[in-house]
Design a protein around this ligand. Structure first.
Ligand SMILES: Nc1nc2c(ncn2[C@@H]2O[C@H](COP(=O)(O)OP(=O)(O)OP(=O)(O)O)[C@@H](O)[C@H]2O)c(=O)[nH]1
Ligand SMILES: Nc1ncnc2c1ncn2[C@@H]1O[C@H](COP(=O)(O)OP(=O)(O)OP(=O)(O)O)[C@@H](O)[C@H]1O
Ligand SMILES: [Ca+2]
Ligand SMILES: [Ca+2]
Length: 579
């Protein structure tokens, strides 16, 4: 076991990390939407437009107009693609499209060119939290409101009162912390309760996503503001994110505020974890795969269990730091730096109550036979549940090898039902971590949230249906641009969207020329799709550029840490000697 894991670990380049989304509320795992791609530099080189028309000999259309439409289409496709299953309905897409049309021109210039990227990252965070189009649109518009480039009246007139209400709520939440003493535990607790009593909890989730955006860009603020904002996040927003079950959001919020509040301690923990991160993540993956195989091929376990899943995680900076200060442990004594969680789906749930215990204990036996269990560290909350009803069997595993000491790995073993209670029930993780003390509060919160989501679904259903009669729309962006639904984008329709985006009407003519392959004066579905393919291509090139920049940066860091002279000697020493 350890050998396979080690081989896998050896193959990792150091210093590359990947974050994983593991959220409550049944949220889908996604990579962090830290930076959303923007087709900022879409250049319409005539040679790359698949075209047979005479327009291929024209010079590219003005940077302005064509670029704006490309940006709108690219961003729209990216965000709708990111939305949860069933959430990107026609009315949702129309709403998002309208919000983008209003916000894009307003955001383009702001915040040293970063405003748009930041607004889109907020929307992406919300999409990953399975929020609907209203909340995503509100996220984008809030950034434009904050930048002072649009007004609430614009939102009410052009988008609707549903979103304006949501924005009003989020603005009220924004000022709340300034009215309380967040250093005082009691006022901080009261403030968290105030947030959670909101009838539209989506405003809270919107506020949390905006906070994450602020925290990711804190380096641009003066030092004293960095501290105040970090403190608010630590005392109010991170626990709130735990309380609503947005696990990964809370972990990132905690880690960022930890970094600004205690820079030295952060550096210490960060370096320790970073040095081991790549190898440990590979180990987690390797142990997970091999354990799954061993468990699935055990006949005795198979008699009681119909399915098995395993989740893995590497501990966050802040969570590790808390363990270190709790009882003065060293990092190597923290027993859950690496974590695996085995979830057993019983063949007969609700049957004989000792099936669950049997499945967990059999799993424990299999693990013992395979791995090195650390004596005296096992906790059997299956046989003896905690007072809040939490059940799980925890073992600590030594994954070190001769000459290679590694942090410990915790394996939690539980049935699906035990997991349900640990995630959403009375022993819920949100209560355990979110500072809520009353179990009923968790339930109430969930009910409020579901009700808010249902209301939003109703409102979105009430939006007038698309102009497109008769059935499915194959390409949402095309259908939204083809306003009269005649299956073609006319010059009038293109001019209208350009003007909405703040470009000149003539730019529409130039873009039409370029994309209208058969020169019939309008854009067919196929012509639009080839435009879209070009937009996608440019976006993926920009992504690649980002990747290359990152690799280069990593490489330069390696050189730095090894010392430039050392690098020179190693790489060039021989040649220098010869000459
Ligand atoms: N959801 C939930 N998880 C819990 C609860 N109690 C423990 N856990 C999980 O189980 C892990 C280990 O808990 P314990 O075995 O009690 O360990 P501990 O007392 O925290 O000990 P150390 O890990 O040594 O600090 C925790 O880190 C949580 O992941 C609970 O009441 N609810
Ligand atoms: N052994 C594990 N395997 C997989 N996931 C885990 C494991 N332990 C915790 N998690 C999950 O990882 C996320 C972060 O948890 P974190 O390690 O910060 O705290 P914790 O282990 O739950 O609590 P504590 O701070 O008491 O250790 C949570 O979603 C938690 O459910
Ligand atoms: Ca833990
Ligand atoms: Ca049309």
């Amino acid at each position: 076991m350890a050998t396979a894991a080690t081989a896998a670990a050896a193959a990792v380049p150091a210093g590359r990390h990947q974050h994983q989304h593991r959220l409550g509320l049944g949220l889908r795992p996604r990579p962090y939407p830290h930076r959303l791609r923007l087709p900022a530099s879409v250049a319409f080189s005539s040679s790359s437009v698949p075209s047979t028309s005479s327009s291929s000999s024209l010079s590219p259309p003005a940077e302005g107009g064509g670029r704006l439409v490309a940006e709108l289409v690219g961003v729209f496709n990216e965000l709708t693609g990111r939305m949860g299953e069933g959430l990107a309905t026609t009315s949702s897409s129309r709403l998002l499209f309208r919000a983008l049309k209003l916000a894009l021109p307003a955001l383009r210039e702001g915040d040293g060119g970063r405003a748009l990227t930041r607004a889109l990252a907020v929307a992406a965070t919300l999409a990953d939290l399975q929020m609907d189009a209203e909340v995503m649109s509100a996220g984008i518009l809030r950034k434009a409101l904050d930048a002072g480039t649009i007004s609430m009246q614009d939102v009410e007139a052009q988008i609707g009162t549903g979103i304006a209400d949501l924005l009003h709520e989020s603005l009220r939440l924004k000022v709340a912390p300034s009215k309380a003493d967040v250093l005082d535990d009691e006022s901080a607790g009261a403030l968290r309760k105030f947030f959670l009593s909101y009838y539209d909890i989506r405003a809270v989730i919107l506020e949390l996503s905006l906070k994450l955006d602020t925290m990711r860009h804190l380096q641009y603020l003066p030092k004293h503001l960095q501290r105040i904002k970090s403190l608010e996040v630590m005392k109010i927003y991170a626990p709130l994110a735990h309380a609503i079950g947005a696990g990964n959001l809370s972990l990132e919020l905690e880690d960022l505020s930890f970094r600004y509040l205690f820079p030295q301690a952060y550096d210490h923990v960060d370096q320790w974890l970073r040095n081991r991160e790549a190898e440990c993540k590979l180990l987690i993956k390797a142990y997970k795969a091999q354990l799954l195989q061993a468990l699935k091929s055990d006949d005795e376990l198979n008699k009681i269990v119909k399915d098995i899943s395993i989740e893995g995680r590497y501990k966050s900076r802040f969570s590790t730091m808390k363990k270190l200060v709790k009882d003065g442990r060293k990092p190597e004594e923290v027993n859950d730096i690496l974590g695996l969680r085995i979830i057993l789906d019983l063949r007969c749930d609700g049957g004989s109550s000792d099936w669950g215990a049997r499945a967990c204990h059999r799993t424990h036996e299999i693990i013992r036979a395979l791995l090195k269990e650390v004596p005296g560290r096992t906790k059997d909350y299956v046989t003896q549940p905690k007072r809040n009803g939490y059940q799980s069997l925890h073992v600590a595993i030594d994954v070190s090898e001769p000459g290679k000491t590694r942090p410990l790995m915790e394996i939690q073993i539980r049935t699906k039902e035990m997991h349900r209670i640990a995630i959403g029930g009375e022993a819920s993780h949100s209560l355990y971590k979110g500072g809520l003390t009353d179990p009923g509060e968790g339930k109430r919160l969930k009910a409020i949230m579901l009700a808010a989501a249902e209301l939003a679904a109703l409102r979105l259903r009430d939006l007038p249906a698309s102009d497109h009669q008769g059935g499915e729309c194959k390409n949402q962006a095309f259908c939204l641009l083809d306003k009269n639904g005649d299956g073609r984008i006319s010059i009038e329709e293109l001019t209208e969207v350009m003007e909405d985006l703040g470009a000149e009407g003539e730019d529409a003519m130039a873009l039409m020329h370029l994309l209208d392959a058969n020169s019939d004066g309008s854009l067919s579905f196929d012509e639009f799709e080839s435009f879209q393919r070009q937009v996608e291509l440019m976006r993926s090139l920009e992504d690649r550029d980002d990747q290359y920049t990152k690799i280069l940066k990593d490489k330069l860091q390696t050189i730095d840490s090894a010392g430039l002279i050392h690098f020179y000697r190693k790489e060039l020493g021989d040649k220098l000697l010869v000459s």
